[in-house]
Design a protein around this ligand. Structure first.
Ligand SMILES: [Fe+2]
Ligand SMILES: [Fe+2]
Length: 232
């Protein structure tokens, strides 16, 4: 049973379908996974009782899927050893997000050019935020794949004080801040009235990327890192 005193990450571990509800309410369960539900609700001025009513109803209604048909298989991920979990993260999240970033990059440039006259303020801000996010993620993935993850695979069974977890968590926070700005800039991924197919596709792909990043950061911050550090 979910209580207001639970940490967000523990709620997702116990009820992966809660991800959809957290996304709907803009509750940050990935970078903010260590926060307690009550504090997260207060921060967003959400009435706890109404939220719990929605949460319990949705969790009772939903079968075993999230809105995009996928569910975080937390039980299976929690059983993995550090090296296997790292391979899973690269194969699943890094691969998919690299593909989405490339698709969005092309669409972004096209939509910026075609709709510059009428949607300049939204598109210039979005272009700049996406460029920053792309840069952050590409450098972050390279650091994980070439430096930190190989090190973690070798040293996960030893005691360590390498500071890598803190570094990666800080980078996740920076990406999380950009994501919040992108969500606001796109009015929660709602394309303007009468937007063309490319404009709508751009927003859909951005939304897909951001939902994937949330699951990705959750998997690293709340599953991989505690496992690496020996149960935090
Ligand atoms: Fe990653
Ligand atoms: Fe990461």
């Amino acid at each position: 049973m979910i209580t207001l005193q639970m940490k967000l990450s523990d709620i997702v571990k116990a009820y992966p379908r809660a991800v959809d509800i957290f996304n709907d309410f803009h509750i940050d369960y990935c970078c903010g996974g260590k926060d307690h539900l009550l504090d997260a609700l207060k921060e967003l001025s959400i009435d706890p009782k109404s939220f719990m009513d929605v949460m319990n109803k949705k969790l009772a209604d939903a079968k075993n899927k999230t809105s995009n048909g996928e569910v975080l298989n937390v039980d299976q991920l929690m059983d993995m050893e550090v090296p296997d979990l790292i391979d899973y993260i690269i194969d699943t999240y890094h691969t998919k997000e690299r593909r989405l970033i490339a698709e969005i990059d092309g669409l972004m440039n096209k939509v910026l050019l075609v709709h510059y006259e009428h949607h300049q303020s939204q598109l210039v801000s979005l272009h700049s935020l996406f460029s920053d996010l792309k840069k952050e993620l590409e450098e972050h993935f390279a650091k994980e794949e070439k430096l930190v993850f190989p090190y973690m695979k070798k040293s996960f069974s030893e005691s360590k004080s390498d500071g890598y977890v803190k570094e990666l968590e800080d980078e996740h926070d920076a990406a999380g801040d950009l994501i919040k700005e992108i969500t606001a800039c796109t009015n929660d991924f709602k394309a303007p009235e009468g937007a063309c197919a490319s404009y709508r596709m751009l927003f859909e792909k951005l939304n897909e990327l951001i939902k994937d990043i949330y699951n990705h950061i959750f998997t690293e911050n709340s599953l991989l890192f505690p496992k690496y550090e020996g149960g935090r």
